[in-house]
Design a protein around this ligand. Structure first.
Ligand SMILES: NC(=O)c1ccc[n+]([C@@H]2O[C@H](COP(=O)([O-])OP(=O)(O)OC[C@H]3O[C@@H](n4cnc5c(N)ncnc54)[C@H](OP(=O)(O)O)[C@@H]3O)[C@@H](O)[C@H]2O)c1
Length: 229
């Protein structure tokens, strides 16, 4: 891409895989995170920016004039206040969208969300209404006017414990796990393939062959808000 790509949470487990894949493809990558300590393990060629999605001012510089933004942030679980999912997965997403759209810019915005966001009665929602606020953050992305992709992984695993095949679906009724590497690849592919624009989908591994045709997978899905509520 002609301008840098910004990965918020790029020093995290999924985020660092995204960063590695982007660097391998020759991209210039900016990483945003709160801790300079984590940043020490980032690969050469990455520029690290201390920032917190809950503090809008810290996002201005790293999100200025970029080709794409990835948001892969783990929220706190408090019921309210700075460590609540509301502060990170809702207000934090809005802060990132605002910074991304500054001066009329229109970068692709890829959000790493999770399965279950439309299942209000799921026990995960007992943690600070995690699911409700994640869904509100997703909605903000879908309504942002930016080209976007919302990726909802199943349970994250280090390897492909559920199988090598990548399965994508919509409607938030599925269950399963998915490797962080396949989630990272889905995010990276979504930045390049027009077929991923406007998609919200769940992603799992299952038994079968790996190495998917991402364009075919994305093209099999429906654009727009598809969440069952
Ligand atoms: N665990 C699962 O099974 C599962 C399933 C589905 C979806 N997910 C979601 O997938 C995403 C990626 O997961 P992961 O395992 O890669 O998480 P992770 O390793 O904990 O990485 C999260 C990153 O977010 C950054 N971060 C946290 N709070 C931040 C803030 N306020 N502002 C800026 N950066 C912040 C962290 O860096 P600093 O601490 O340095 O800021 C870290 O680099 C998360 O949203 C997670 O909830 C997880």
């Amino acid at each position: 891409m002609d301008r840098p790509i910004t990965v918020i949470g790029g020093a995290g487990r999924v985020g660092s895989l995204i960063v590695q894949k982007l660097l391998a493809g020759g991209e210039r990558v900016r990483v945003v995170g709160r801790s300079g300590r984590r940043a020490r393990s980032l690969p050469d060629g990455t520029s690290f920016h201390v920032g917190d999605v809950r503090d809008a001012a810290t996002l201005k510089e790293p999100l200025a004039a970029c080709s794409a933004v990835v948001f892969s942030v783990e929220p706190g679980t408090a019921n309210q206040g700075a460590d609540s999912p509301k502060s990170t997965m809702y207000q934090g997403v809005i802060n990132a969208l605002d910074a991304a759209r500054a001066d009329g810019a229109r970068p692709h915005f890829a959000l790493v969300s999770q399965i279950y966001v439309t299942r209000h009665d799921h026990p995960i929602n007992n943690w600070g209404r995690m699911l409700d606020w994640r869904l509100a953050g997703e909605d903000a992305v879908r309504e942002s006017g930016l080209p976007y992709t919302v990726v909802r992984p199943g349970w994250l695993t280090g390897g492909r414990s559920a199988g090598d095949r990548v399965h994508v679906e919509q409607g938030d009724r599925g269950e399963g796990s998915v490797s962080r590497s396949d989630v990272a690849e889905a995010v990276v592919q979504s930045l390049y393939l027009p077929s991923a624009a406007g998609l919200t989908f769940e992603i799992f591994n299952e038994p079968g062959q790996g190495n998917p045709d991402w364009d075919a997978l994305f093209s099999s899905l429906r654009q727009g808000p598809v969440a069952a509520r």
